[in-house]
Unconditional design. Sequence first.
Length: 267
Amino acid sequence: MTALGWNVRKAQALFAHAFATMTEYRAEIVIWMISGSLPLVMMAIWMALAADGPVGGYAAADFAAYFLSVFLVRQLTVVWVVWELDREIRLGELSPKLLRPMDPMWVHLADNVAEKAVRLPLVLVPVVAGMAWAGVRVPLTFEALGGFALLVVGAWVIKFFQQYATGLLTFWTDQSVGLERVWFSVSMVLSGALAPLDLFPEGLRAVLPYTPFPYLIDVPVQALLGRLGGADLAQAFAVQAAWGAFFVLARWVLWRQGLRRYGAVGA
């Protein structure tokens, strides 16, 4: 069997094991879904503010469409690998994993992908019901749905490898989780999780497209709602891919350098 064939078989085995594990924790996934309901709270707040008229061009129904889409994007891009890496490196749990004939990253990646496969049908129910209740219509076009799907995958890639790179900082410091909390706080504001980026000051809106934050939530949401297409959509793909490549490279460098330090202290 060729090397490619072996890699495909290993990937299938990893995903099958991860999927079986995640299906055993369906109730826990639902609990995590509920804990991520902040966009629904923000939806209620902004809809109340727009009850007497549009706010920044957004009517109440527009806010409903936006924040229900935010809820969907956040649910599909949840990543928790930084906490696992922090524990594994500090407690030495990484050592036996280094004996396996593959980078431990692939196990974390399989767990995250399998969890999304279990979560997707669960999260679609409240999102579709909420959009029907609010009278929201999503443009069912190839550009909108295809662009949304690709941008969500790109957002997840950025989040996964950014968290992985941050988690690997545990080789040098015990504050990696604290750094992740800082990143999360900034991201919540600048990604569009609390308010559409259209409502931000013009000067800030001019800078944000060059940062990774809008591509985590606001850009995929705008694509789903049919507000992003053509050249703008292509540009979003390009910038998102650049940030994804940056964090993939950062993870690779930190992993190689961190392993040298990990072995040097006899862990």
